[in-house]
Write a protein that binds this ligand. Structure first.
Ligand code: FAD
Ligand code: SIN
Length: 529
């Protein structure tokens, strides 16, 4: 017997309400009906937690060319230069638009105050104190909320994309919308002319991550199951400075602290990063994170320290007021003492293979923001280029969608959950989740080897098999969906890492410590496996 399912229809379905999804929604709304879904509230996104700021050339002392070159250098030879230029050249325009819609960027002497982060050769990061993401999210929401033809579905989790290949060979493969689990446990069938994945990253694949809960790689897993290629998933950026907390905090200590003179020290107060790179604390993130990891292993300790005292109390209390307040709540005074830190999984440089407009392998399906792999970041993302990428891609994507002809009508298969039985083993979900995250952290972290990757793959295969048998027999729930996606995501990261026989940017293997000048992007296609 087929269960009841609600069917909705829209012109544009946007999955995710971080920076990328919100801007795409507000650009498309004047041209048709939009449904935007997210797993929690609009605060549950990486965008909301972004601290340091958004990169863009806003000073007469800076140039686009310099921002382009810094991005290419950080990307360690794998950036797609055309994409870099297409995104970086829109930086000042996007920052100006954000100001016009109410983002309260910090000002000094009547001009934008620009901060600095690792790998940037100039001050070019616009910021709203140290809570830039919240400020941008609120400004974007102020554009979305008043629009009557945007329907916001909060606490709705997309399960899978609906594609016409389910209908048979006579249909060209096209995305027709998505199945979405609502907060009451009902599955909606949402038909859409165009579907945009703006589902963010996958930090939750690791034990220690700066990412909020929704970052379980859902968009990438859905796109893969629908038939899309994925690119460069081995390049996981570990942020050098997350608060070290045995209870597992995910609090980030912004790179802007180092940009404003904070120093990385060991427990004896020695600045160790200069042993690894002459740029010291402001070397690109891959280098700084690896230096910390190496030093922790060499000294046999659990953490290193960030000493922000060189910034000065007044500036900390002004620019870094939120960080200061949150740490005080935890009993740590950043104006007065070094803060224990560890590197943590922070950003996915690869993603669903897409061009700068977000076009994927499947007609009618776009991927934008962190979930997309466009080649902007190459093998390592330059700090604060991500918010910029989200907004520029959302703009290009909306423009491209509006140029497309209206697709011809096609039947949309409704959700079918006949044959399932109530679940009684929820504990298994938690155990598998913990095992995936531990496996990825131990074997697929900052330093990798062939043997570690082989071990990870063996374990992940078993977990995948267990999940698959469980998934098809039981009703879908948000945690089961996330677990299934997380397991697939972890396996795709390992498969990608196994294909790269060199060390470059964020991928470091003890078996292949050198860079291979001929190495290219890692592309995985569902049909190849
Ligand atoms: P997100 O903002 O992550 O939004 C993803 C959305 O997708 C959410 O609404 C989520 O609910 C939804 N979603 C996911 N799966 C599903 C599903 N199955 N069904 C329905 N909805 C779903 N970058 C910078 O440039 N500058 C910074 O200063 C900066 N600081 C950062 C600080 C932190 C702590 C973190 C974690 C990241 C930071 N980054 C920064 C990176 C940047 O914030 C993110 O890359 C960017 O915000 C991603 O935006 P997005 O729109 O692609 O996705
Ligand atoms: C930070 O503030 O350090 C994060 C910036 C980023 O991830 O781009």
């Amino acid at each position: 017997m087929k269960a009841q399912t609600t069917q909705l229809k829209t012109d544009f379905l946007i999955i995710g309400s971080g920076a990328a999804g919100l801007l795409a929604a507000s650009r498309l709304a004047p041209h048709g009906d939009v449904i935007i879904v997210n797993k929690g509230t609009f605060r549950d996104s990486s965008t909301w937690y972004a601290q340091g700021g958004i990169a863009g050339v806003s000073s007469s002392k800076d140039t686009f060319e310099s921002h382009v070159q810094d991005t290419l250098i950080a990307g360690a030879g794998l950036c797609h230069e055309d994409v870099v230029r297409a995104i970086v050249n829109r930086g000042s325009e996007i920052i100006q638009e954000l100001e016009e819609i109410g983002t309260p960027f910090d000002q000094r002497d009547g001009e934008l105050h620009l901060t600095k982060e690792g790998g940037h050769s100039s001050r070019r990061i616009a910021h709203a104190k140290d809570a830039t993401g919240q400020a941008i999210s609120r400004a974007l929401m102020s554009q979305v909320e008043p629009q009557a033809n945007i329907q916001r579905l909060e606490q709705h989790t997309a399960i899978d994309l609906i594609t016409s290949r389910r209908l048979g060979k006579n249909y060209q493969n096209r995305c027709l919308g998505a199945y979405v689990l609502n907060r009451d446990g009902e599955v909606l069938t949402i038909a859409a002319q165009h579907t945009v994945l703006a589902t963010g990253g996958a930090g939750k694949v690791y034990l220690y991550t700066s990412n909020p809960h929704p970052a379980s790689g859902d968009g990438i897993a859905m796109a893969w199951r629908a038939g899309c290629s994925v690119m460069n998933l081995e390049f996981i950026q570990f942020h050098p400075t997350c608060l070290f907390d045995r209870e597992g905090s995910n609090m980030l200590l912004s790179e802007a602290l180092r940009g404003e003179k904070a120093q990385l020290v060991d427990r004896d107060g020695r600045r160790f990063v200069f042993d690894y790179d002459q740029r010291g604390e402001l070397a690109p993130r891959d280098i700084v994170a690896r230096a910390i990891d190496h030093e922790m292993k060499k000294q046999g300790v659990d953490c290193m320290y960030l000493d922000a005292r060189p910034i000065g109390r007044k500036k900390i209390e002004d620019h870094f007021c939120n960080t200061h307040a949150r740490l005080l709540e935890l009993g740590l005074d950043i104006t007065n003492e070094p803060i224990p830190i560890v590197p943590a999984a922070h950003y996915l440089c690869g993603g669903i293979k897409a061009d700068v407009h977000g076009r994927t392998d499947i007609a009618g399906l776009y991927a934008i923001g962190e979930t997309a792999g466009t080649g902007l970041h190459g093998a390592n993302r330059l700090a604060s280029n991500s918010l910029l990428e989200c907004l520029v891609m959302a703009d290009y994507c909306a423009t491209d969608i509006l140029k497309q002809p209206i697709p011809s009508d096609c039947p949309v298969p409704v959700w079918d959950d006949s044959g399932i039985v109530p679940e009684n083993e929820r504990i298994q979900i938690k155990q598998n989740w913990d095992e995936i995250r531990a496996t990825m952290s131990h074997y697929v972290g900052i330093v990798r080897s062939d043997e570690r990757l082989r071990r990870a793959r063996r374990r992940l295969r078993l977990i995948q098999e267990e999940i698959a048998s469980y998934y098809w027999m039981h009703p879908v729930s948000q945690d089961l969906l996330e677990l299934r996606n997380l397991a697939l995501m972890a396996e795709l990261i390992v498969l990608s890492a196994q294909q790269r026989h060199e060390s470059r940017g964020l991928h470091y293997s003890t078996d292949y410590p050198h860079t291979d000048e001929h190495a290219k992007d890692t592309i995985l296609r569902p049909d190849d496996l």
